[in-house]
Design a protein around this ligand. Structure first.
Ligand code: ZN
Length: 325
């Protein structure tokens, strides 16, 4: 291996680090993961990530062939992609010069982008789409983000392109993390689905017997995955929550297709690993609502990279050619 890259993923709930061998097109060694220490703020998160990175290098055992660091950050970054604009999940990140700090910590050059762009890049190159010119990628996890590849390069607009989570899909809908109402993220993200699960639980067990049982009636344990599981087992309240959430996602996706005419739209992120749920409640709605011009023209698919698109994409950021201007 001659071009190893240390890849770091700063997620809202999880941190991950691994060494990527770009020549072999794979992660080598284990992925080191920790929970994001949200209550310790940016400083605590940074310390935890440096620890993850050092463990990844130590396990890898050949740190001398690692030539650069690629960083995926879960939130918007500055136009020059050197510092953080903000994190929606961890306080006091605003303005942090993350690229310089990571570069100093590991004595290596570093590159960064927001997680939506990084995942789009990773998916395009490693997910089986690199021969395509134009793809859109939608990331559905704690929050919702995404990225666009136009003309075989990341398209960043004036810096914030791909914020698909903040398409308004329900006027006067639920409160969103951005301060507005009815964004897709306020209906179909991990936090929104968990919130709706807790809301159903608060109304008693009559309409959600499975969720009541799975959570042992402890609202604080409810996650989106738990709502999915209850939906699978026929829980009426959770079926309604899932149908509503994935219907909104499908509407955003078909609108996005009519707007940009991509060759494929790929959906990834933690929630999409519940493929059965997406196959049952999302893909049929897309098919039904797709504008006839685009039927059979644009594919809509689920990621097969099993969450590794962020680390793989972060490694690619260090290669100027594929990460765009
Ligand atoms: Zn919003």
């Amino acid at each position: 291996m001659t071009d190893g890259i240390l890849a770091l993923d700063f997620g809202g709930t999880k941190l991950a680090a691994a060494v990527v061998d770009l020549a072999a097109e794979k992660i080598v060694g284990p992925v080191i993961r920790k929970r994001t220490p949200v209550s310790e703020g940016a400083k605590g998160t940074m310390d935890a990530m440096i620890q993850c990175g050092r463990e990844a290098l130590a396990v890898f055992n050949r740190p001398e062939v690692v030539k650069a660091v690629g960083i995926s950050f879960g939130g918007p970054v500055s136009e020059d992609r050197c510092s953080v604009l903000r994190s929606n999940h961890v306080a006091d990140w605003n303005g942090a010069p993350l690229v310089a700090d990571i570069s100093q910590a590991f004595h290596l050059p570093a590159s960064m982008d927001n997680d939506g762009n990084v995942a789009a890049l990773g998916e395009w190159w490693f997910g089986g789409y690199r021969s395509l010119e134009n793809i859109a990628y939608v990331q559905i996890s704690t929050g919702i983000g995404g990225g666009l590849i136009f003309g075989r390069q990341l398209y960043r607009g004036s810096g914030l392109a791909g914020e698909f989570g903040h398409y308004i899909v329900e006027v006067n809908g639920p409160q969103c993390s951005c301060g507005r109402r009815g964004c897709l993220e306020s209906i179909c993200s991990g936090w929104a689905i968990a919130r709706d699960g807790r809301g159903a639980l608060a109304l008693g067990s009559g309409n959600n017997p499975v969720l009541y049982q799975l959570s042992k009636n402890r609202a604080e344990t409810v996650t989106a995955e738990m709502v999915f599981e209850a939906c699978r087992e026929g829980d009426p309240a959770c079926k309604t929550i899932v149908k509503n959430a994935l219907n909104s996602l499908a509407i955003m996706v078909v609108n996005l297709i009519t707007c940009i005419d991509p060759q494929v739209i790929v959906l990834g992120g933690g929630l999409t690993r519940s493929r059965d749920i997406f196959e049952k409640y999302f893909l049929p709605v897309v098919k039904k609502q797709m504008h006839p011009f685009f039927n059979g023209r644009c594919r809509v698919e689920l990621s097969t990279l099993d969450g590794n698109e962020l680390l793989l994409g972060a490694a690619l950021l260090t290669q100027k050619k594929s990460s765009g201007k």
